[in-house]
Design a protein around this ligand. Structure first.
Ligand code: KIV
Length: 272
């Protein structure tokens, strides 16, 4: 069914803005593959982020830095094929936009053209101003990302809460306004004090989407593998685990192994 004839109304940059305007919270989750994206989309999530956290939860790297543009496009293609309603936003991976605005634009165009996604996200404020401008000028919606920006982990040296000090908090406020003025349609605020999130969210017209940033953001995002308890030992204070799938899947797997070993699977009805 084409987007034009489909009865399901797609989430767009306009509907995201409308949600903020009427005080409706925005629900965003990450997705990296077809099967999971289909479940999350059918459940009604507003935005699916093909996050570079795929580098951690899908590929097992310690940081988000190693994932490549080609790999992000592969994940994005799988997600886009599954989705009927949610807006699909794709992270520009480390190294695909920092060098200059031309490289940034060509990376963003590759994502949009090759995956069919609806927007890109990139980390940083004034440092990446030219890249954001250039991508926006090509008509590609951009979601910003401030606070803890995991692609700069080796600069920060730690994943602890950002912008607790006044200087960093002031810079974050300036960057947030800059992103809005440039034309970003929304921004992620990661791991900053709740009071700062409140201040930024109230001062901006565009929506903020928080992770570890408290209750005052206009929306929330979690890494789906964390939210479902697929990741085993990652239990920061901000994370609410809605399932403990690591344990449930382990239990199911142990039952399967036992059934196979004891010749309980397959039975007569499960064969041809
Ligand atoms: O890559 C990611 O999953 C993200 C979210 C944590 C916002 O950027």
């Amino acid at each position: 069914m084409s987007a034009i004839t489909s009865e399901i109304k797609r989430v767009t940059t306009h509907s995201i803005q409308a949600m903020k305007n009427k005080g409706e919270k925005i629900a965003m989750l990450t997705a990296y593959d077809f099967s999971m994206a289909r479940i999350l989309d059918e459940a009604g999530v507003d935005i699916l982020l093909v996050g570079d956290s795929a580098s951690n939860v899908m590929a097992g790297h310690e940081t988000t830095l190693p994932i490549t543009l080609d790999q992000m496009i592969y994940h994005a293609q799988s997600v886009v094929r599954a989705v009927q309603r949610a807006m699909v936003v794709v992270d520009l991976p480390f190294g695909s936009y920092q060098a200059n605005s031309e490289i940034a634009l060509s990376s963003a165009i590759r994502i949009m053209k090759e995956s069919g996604a609806h927007a890109v996200k990139l980390e940083g404020g004034s440092e990446v101003e030219d890249s954001i401008k250039r991508i926006l000028m090509a008509g590609i919606p951009v979601m910003g990302h401030l606070g803890l920006t995991p692609q700069s982990i080796y600069k920060f040296g730690t994943y602890t809460v950002r912008a607790k000090e006044e200087i960093e908090a002031d810079k974050l406020c300036e960057d947030a306004l800059l992103l809005q003025n440039l034309g970003c349609f929304a921004m992620v605020l990661e791991k900053i004090p709740a009071k700062l999130t409140e201040k930024v969210s109230k001062s901006l017209e565009i929506p903020t989407i928080g992770i570890g940033a408290g209750m005052h953001a206009d929306g929330q995002v979690l890494v789906t593998h964390d939210m479902l308890g697929i990741t085993k030992d990652f239990k920061p204070r901000f994370l609410r685990r809605y399932l403990e799938l690591f344990d449930s899947i382990g239990e199911a797997t142990r039952s399967y192994i036992s059934d196979v070993k004891q010749r309980q699977f397959p039975n007569e009805k499960e064969q041809y």
